[in-house]
Design a protein around this ligand. Sequence first.
Ligand SMILES: NC(=O)c1ccc[n+]([C@@H]2O[C@H](COP(=O)([O-])OP(=O)(O)OC[C@H]3O[C@@H](n4cnc5c(N)ncnc54)[C@H](O)[C@@H]3O)[C@@H](O)[C@H]2O)c1
Length: 383
Amino acid sequence: MTTREIGVVMNGVTGRMGYNQHLVRSILAIRAQGGVTLSDGSRVVPEPILVGRSEHKLRVIADRHGLTRWTTDLDTALSDPKAPIYFDAQATQVRGKAVLSAIAAGKHIYCEKPVADTFTGAMELARAARDAGVKNGVVMDKVYLPGLRKLRRLVDGGFFGRILSIRGEFGYWVFEGDWQPAQRPSWNYRVQDGGGITLDMFCHWNYVLEEIAGRVEAVYARAVTHIPRRWDEEGNPYDATADDASYAIFELTGGVIAQINSSWCVRVHRDELVEFQVDGTEGSAVAGLRECRIQHRGGTPKAVWNPDLPVTERFRDQWQPVPNNAEFDNGFKAEWEEFLRHCLDDAPFKYDFLAAARGVQLAELGLKSSNEGRRIVVPEVAL
Ligand SMILES: NC(=O)c1ccc[n+]([C@@H]2O[C@H](COP(=O)([O-])OP(=O)(O)OC[C@H]3O[C@@H](n4cnc5c(N)ncnc54)[C@H](O)[C@@H]3O)[C@@H](O)[C@H]2O)c1
């Protein structure tokens, strides 16, 4: 069995996602397990080439993990013929330029979501990748979560009958940054820096809804900035110009209605930070990041509305856990492995730039709906 190394140019690894999920939990974990196996039995081991703006930060990360290849010059990294893949986890607004350079250098491209901060920008990248004939993919990590994989399994097994509706709750309290430091980067709360929960989360909800039930055909959303003043990483106050909560209704193929609340201004009274309830004619399920519980038609209690009596049943106890029945690896790593096989072995990969552009389109139309106070039809997109 042969083993070969390939370079992966990784830009934005000094950031939260680039470092934790992509460098440490994905690429270094794949290296540690001896790479990925291709269909001919050979193995490919990715070697990260770190790119960033700060020499100091790159050197610290490289030293910590025994890596030798890093640079502050993207073009130098892109000129390496032994590195066929470019990855980008930079702040969203600076991604497009770097991705276009990487496409021009003939690299296959994988990047964080949103692929771009405008639908026009996302389509420009999708078309550039298609014209150059390079493989392309975007992180769509939520569908790799154990809870959502179990949900998908229920859909595939016909558990729900006809799906009627989906309700999703996402969010938690993000500290303002004054008396306790905020747990998310401050750019998320400034629209001029690419922030906003609608842009951040609707590109996730688009592929999650496509995966569970179907295409989003129309959206009504109300995006708001509940907390207009926050404190940044240096403790300085700033105007929070971006939306920090978004309340939306999505109409899906086949008449399925999905409602999803996304908020950084909500205190968690749930089992997980995101939960989706799917109700179907034959049964219902509630899925979170890891767990999924079901209630079949045959096990549905006859709830009767009577406010004069105390509740006699423990409704949560009437649900049955869905077993794992499989090992679930880190979702980011699992998607990386699929993307590497897509690039090096032509394996199928459905989360491409066009799929990502649909997510950005939904975010843009969600904000338009909010601004205009009306339901907006989502046109189908094609390259
Ligand atoms: N898949 C997910 O669930 C998920 C979750 C959070 C963030 N993200 C996405 O990942 C990307 C990075 O987010 P993060 O939370 O890691 O942010 P972060 O602020 O921690 O990291 C941003 C990175 O971009 C780099 N950068 C380069 N040029 C920059 C510039 N001009 N301004 C600011 N930063 C610049 C920074 O040095 C840093 O490495 C964003 O596109 C974000 O939408 C995805």
